[in-house]
Design a binder for this molecule. Structure first.
Ligand code: DP6
Length: 349
């Protein structure tokens, strides 16, 4: 599968300093098959373990960053409404980082639009911060290659480091302490025959009770199962990469499923427990097991919410979607394939 590389952003400091630069970027969400769960450095967003994901071809986020006159507060609009609270704070903190690197003090006007249904549990922070990183780098005139862009996107939200790339991407946790040079994502080649799809079953579109940021902190700090999950995740990654390379969808699915269950087990053992899975989740999981018993390769993974993503062959995606709909009446079901990396739509509009 070709690994998409985002466009390199051409520096334009004079234009930016004059406050006329605009950059617009688009990025897609990704779903991890080997999960990122737990930071060893909160400020730099450095994880304890490597993770590996598939970028989707549905639900892109489009973000524009325009430099405005003056150095006051950034204006941020998300899906047509002014951003507030934690979302606004995170975007402003991210823009401050970009300003520090560019040396341009001007404030920004950010407009971001998701196409995923609200609360679809489709990692909008991954597509959102990947698109924001690319658009902000463009507007502030940072000249970044794909690795540097991934490193930058990571500071907004860890999983965004992977949405910089299309297809499959591994996020290297990195080895250094106190610096983030070695923590970035890179494309992963996969065997020709894989042809995967992810069937996304949205069983609950409501907002999560605990943010993934807070939940992963609590898991690392209090769960007696966290260390063993992290250790097994390292082995899972090696096994998954080998399975991807030989195009073995059954093995990819089995490894992804056990990695996700292990992450949720570690969360359930946290004090107090972090419980994202709901009865509706298990109804879909029963449907996935039935599919497997009937001979269809279908494997589940869940993130920081009750929704289920089912990995299967693209040729089976219609059947899997129908089975999921039957198992969980009321679930909204979407079919995704591997999607493209983040790209700049227009450098100067
Ligand atoms: C369960 O990337 O949203 O989806 O870095 O704190 O912003 P922050 O966390 P975030 O966590 C994603 C966690 C996950 C697993 C994954 O995507 O790897």
């Amino acid at each position: 599968m070709p690994a998409d590389r985002p466009d390199t952003v051409t520096p334009s400091p004079e234009r930016s300093a004059a406050g006329t630069a605009v950059a617009v970027a688009v990025a897609h969400p990704n779903i991890a098959l080997i999960k990122y769960w737990g930071k060893r450095d909160e400020r730099l967003v450095l994880p304890w373990t490597d993770s590996l994901s598939m970028t989707l071809d549905i639900f892109p986020t489009t973000t524009s960053v325009r430099l405005a006159a003056g150095d006051g507060d950034d204006t941020v609009t998300l899906d047509g409404a002014p951003a507030e609270g934690e979302a606004l704070r995170r975007v402003r903190a991210f823009l401050a980082l970009v300003r520090d690197r560019s040396g341009i003090r001007r404030r920004a006007v950010v407009e971001s639009a998701n196409t995923a249904p609200t609360g679809a549990g489709l990692a909008s922070s991954a597509s959102g911060f990947a698109a924001l990183a690319l658009a902000a780098a463009g507007a502030y005139g940072l000249d970044l290659d794909a690795t540097a862009l991934s490193r930058l996107a990571r500071r907004g939200s860890g999983s965004a480091a992977r949405s910089v790339f299309g297809g499959f991407a591994v996020w290297h946790a990195g080895t250094a302490t106190g610096t983030d040079e070695s923590s970035y994502a890179a494309p992963v080649p996969v065997g020709e025959g894989l042809d995967p799809a992810l069937v996304v079953a949205v069983v609950d579109a409501g907002p999560k009770a605990v943010s993934s940021r807070a939940a992963m902190r609590r898991t690392v700090d209090t769960s007696p199962l966290y260390r063993s999950w992290a250790a097994s995740s390292r082995t899972d990654l090696v096994d998954l990469r080998a399975a991807l390379a030989r195009g073995d969808l059954e093995a990819v699915g089995e490894i992804a499923e056990r990695n996700a269950f292990g992450m949720h087990a570690a969360m359930l053992a946290a004090r107090p427990a972090v419980r994202y899975l709901s009865p509706a989740t298990f109804t879909v999981l029963d449907g996935v097991l039935r599919l497997r018993r009937e001979g269809t390769a279908a494997y589940a993974t869940m993130d920081a919410g009750p929704n289920v993503k089912v990995l299967c062959r693209r040729a089976d995606a219609g059947r899997v979607a129908a089975a999921v709909r039957e198992a969980a009446a009321g679930a909204r079901v979407h079919i995704a394939g591997p999607g493209p990396g983040a790209r700049l739509l227009d450098e100067d509009r």
